[in-house]
Design a binder for this molecule. Structure first.
Ligand code: ZN
Length: 306
């Protein structure tokens, strides 16, 4: 497999040891060298054609800056970078610097390193918003470790709260000649995608792949192989991509999550129906890689039996 999925790529050196160095963090936050990723609502700032992320400095963000709320993301282009939640409810801030955009749009438009950076920033800002109170005792919590954890300030509690990542599997099931795609009722007309679902407590990833495919389509699978993964910060998923081989053929929509599921040949996929998921997504990558497998195997072998 070449390259990586959008939002992934580890372009930020997270410099975990700096999180526990309050003096260094204080200096960094107040340095003219430092970059900020402003997050307004759930949107991030970008400008230009082609689009690039806007990373303002200390002077630009001064009026919104509360040191305790800055989230240290790491070192980026050899400069400290912090995520900063912008609490401005009316007009969008920084109109002179750019416009705030949804992360799905940014993911498909920004260079890979910037998509990685803004995804990390947005995920952490939204996590902080949802974790103002301790889930164990209900007392308020406060940011710690440069905003990479939170600490409950309740008496006799002191629980440390870590950012959440919710694992979900996504799988391209095939029987060599055809692949299994489904659609949910809310999706754009004609769009089909790979089978996906959250991993449940007590399951391995392979267990989750087998269960989700069976629940949604009644197809049994084996030969489960890991493909790649993608941070999917809407708000906090990690998509773990797999391929699997079908053992059975007859589709039945067991759990009602899909409104339809079908087998598609490569020829059908290349004909324009179904519509495939956006290029941004690992789902599309799984389908594209399956289509390219066909080029390697050669058409006569692939279509020989049909
Ligand atoms: Zn607590």
């Amino acid at each position: 497999m070449n390259g990586h999925n959008i939002f992934a790529g580890a372009f930020v050196d997270r410099s975990g040891h700096r999180r526990e160095d309050p003096e260094w963090l204080h200096e960094a936050i107040n340095s003219d060298e430092t970059l900020f990723v402003p997050v307004w609502g759930d949107k991030c700032l970008a400008t230009g054609e082609p689009l690039h992320a806007v990373l303002p400095g200390r002077k630009d963000v001064g009026q919104y800056l509360q040191e305790q709320e800055c989230i240290f993301l790491g070192m980026y282009r050899d400069r400290p970078v912090f995520a900063l939640e912008i609490n401005a409810s009316e007009a969008a801030p920084f109109p002179e610097l750019g416009q705030f955009h949804d992360l799905r749009y940014l993911g498909s438009s920004l260079p890979a390193d910037e998509a990685n950076l803004v995804a990390q920033a947005r995920a952490l800002v939204l996590w902080h918003q949802a974790q103002k109170f301790c889930g164990r005792c209900g007392a308020p919590s406060r940011a710690e470790s440069g905003g990479n954890t939170r600490l409950c300030i309740g008496e006799n509690c002191g629980a440390r709260i870590f950012p959440r990542v919710d694992p979900a599997i996504i799988v391209l099931v095939s029987d060599r000649h055809r692949c299994l795609l489904g659609r949910q009722s809310g999706w754009p007309e004609g769009r089909y995608s790979t089978i996906a679902g959250f991993v449940e407590p007590g399951e391995s990833l392979e267990d989750a792949v087998q269960r989700e495919v069976l629940e949604e389509t009644n197809i049994e699978v084996h030969d489960i192989e890991y493909h790649s993964s993608q941070p999917w910060p809407f708000p906090s998923s990690l998509m773990l991509g797999f391929t699997a081989r079908a053992l059975t053929d007859a589709i039945k929509l067991n759990d009602g999550e899909l409104e339809d599921a079908r087998w598609f040949t490569r020829k059908e996929l290349e004909s324009g129906f179904p519509k495939l998921p956006p290029r941004l997504s690992i789902a599309r990558r799984l389908v594209d890689d399956w289509l390219n497998e066909h080029d390697r195997e050669g058409p006569s072998r692939t279509f020989g039996a049909r």
